[in-house]
Write a protein that binds this ligand. Sequence first.
Ligand code: GLV
Length: 323
Amino acid sequence: MAKPMVVVTRAVPREALELLAAHATVDANGADVGYTPEELVSHARDADAMVSLLTDRIDDSVISQCPKLKVVANVAVGYDNIDVAAAARRGVAVTNTPGVLTDATADFAWALLLAVARNVVPADRYVRDRRFREWMMMEFHGAELAGRTLGIAGFGRIGAAVARRGRGFGMHVIYANSRRVAQALEEETGAHFVDKETLLASSDVLSLHVPLTAATRHYLSDAEFALMKASAFVINTARGPVIDEAALARALTSGAIRGAGIDVFEREPAVDPALLAAPNTVLAPHIGSATTETRTKMALMAAENVIAVLAGRTPVNPVTLKE
Ligand code: GLV
């Protein structure tokens, strides 16, 4: 019997390609450059499975042009790039990579927070510009975190991991979520459940960890920034459209909030020029999960999901329709 065919839409760690190759014929894009929609369909037209990346838009049109497809294994925990309802209608399983990127992403939320709260980027530039002539008492004053309130929007795995780190930094942790989590998790993380309005008004740092859905699009916009403390920092390692990017730039420029650490953008890879020009802002190119260990585990997890479906088993990490 001919081996099944798997298309991999972008460069991924070698370990995952080797695992797939033991079970299937692999058509892998060797470049870390995404396919155009036309290229995607031309590679996937006869594929039994697809390993997709968050840069691929897998909509009904793409799925309908790939009649043999049984599974789309997204190498990401988020899956807003896939029309899950269309896939379900056409009998195509969708999988994601939860769990393996929790610590890497939580670490990166903290990297952004510490960078913006302690002026790491301007300080680095200052030294490189050879302006460091003498130790100074009154320059580069940042914000102290111990004793302040860390607000977490979205208390899934990553939100909880950010809370644990917050506790380690001596912060008081509050969270808002679509539902209150189990008491044991609240006790372990030290996080207190609040409503969104309290979260906005009380947080000295607000870190976003909600998935992108119709309900969370523009979770933060002008009205929400107006409720926040002028001393607050906003950190986004979730998905760009969770923040109204133009409103964020306005809030930073007007002083409605003090700073932001932003890893994801509303129209990635484009960044609103007003945000590029905003003060006290640290920007990164969507690298929350980018450690060698985590990216390897993510790709391996996607490969395992593909292999399970091709063998007629239930995938390990199926995505189910929530809305
Ligand atoms: C990355 O953004 C992911 O969803 O895994």
